[in-house]
Design a binder for this molecule. Structure first.
Ligand SMILES: [Zn+2]
Length: 254
């Protein structure tokens, strides 16, 4: 339904532009509009839930534009998912593509733990004089996720937050390539969750009440992705990836 509606709106836009400015739009942009705003490369619908375009626009020289200035001066559209670029107009100059980044390697450095919360269980064996063994399952859902510290990226050994400026297109390219690299390396798919489950066996002596506290922790793998571009510039991009959860177990006599 929505898909069809978008196609109608998109086709109408093509029709209007065609009539207002002559046949100015590029074939690829017309296809994009009449398909209902689907990326010509990855086929994702490039609208957010509010129906606002998520396409990124750039001027001829590669400067990023917002959607309002883009309607007057924008010449290049870019898909936020796959990075595919296309010309908006039929007679645009060739697309400026940022330097291709080659992955040199991915260096894993250290691991850290982040406390997620506590879970308590009470085992009451106070009415019995003999010891008992309780078995139960503890589990926690978690998702593989990552964060990339772009501001701490080093270009030829100089950190970006120390005043070094990368052109907007280079930075966007660095972001997309870093995300793709991590998704691939750590088999991360957006929105999927994993379930960690473990069997726990606890022995409680007779006439005792025990409180068991599980402290859940997320395990972060830290590291650096090393890229090199055609001009032999080296980029060190720091990241952290959630690689699992674990817990500590404490027992308290009640
Ligand atoms: Zn795409």
């Amino acid at each position: 339904m929505l898909d069809d509606l978008l196609k109608v709106i998109g086709s109408l836009t093509v029709f209007l532009y065609g009539n207002l400015y002559g046949n100015l739009l590029s074939e690829e942009h017309k296809t994009f509009l009449s398909s209902g705003y689907k990326c010509p490369n990855c086929n994702k619908t490039l609208l957010n839930r509010a129906g606002i375009s998520t396409v990124k626009f750039y001027s001829k020289d590669g400067t990023k534009m917002n959607i309002f200035t883009a309607s007057f001066r924008g010449e290049i559209a870019e898909c936020p998912h796959c990075g595919h670029r296309w010309n908006l107009y039929a007679k645009s100059s060739p697309i400026i593509t940022p330097n291709k980044l080659e992955i040199v390697n991915i260096i894993e450095t250290h691991r850290s733990e982040e406390i997620l919360g506590e879970e308590k269980r009470l085992i009451d064996n106070s009415r019995s004089t003999s010891k008992t063994t309780r078995r139960f399952t503890v589990s926690r859902e978690w998702s593989k996720s990552y964060s990339i510290q772009y501001e701490n990226t080093q270009v030829n050994g100089t950190e970006l937050n120390l005043g070094l400026k990368l052109p907007e297109t280079e930075l966007a390219n660095l972001k997309i390539t870093s995300q793709e690299t991590l998704n691939k390396q750590y088999s991360i798919t957006e929105g999927t969750t994993e379930n960690y489950t473990e069997e726990v066996e606890i022995e409680v002596p007779g006439s005792k009440k025990l409180k068991i506290i599980f402290t859940w922790k997320r395990i972060w793998q830290h590291g650096i992705i090393k890229f090199q571009d055609q001009n032999n510039q080296v980029f060190d991009v720091p990241f952290q990836v959630a690689v699992g959860v674990t817990f500590d177990q404490t027992q308290i006599d009640e």
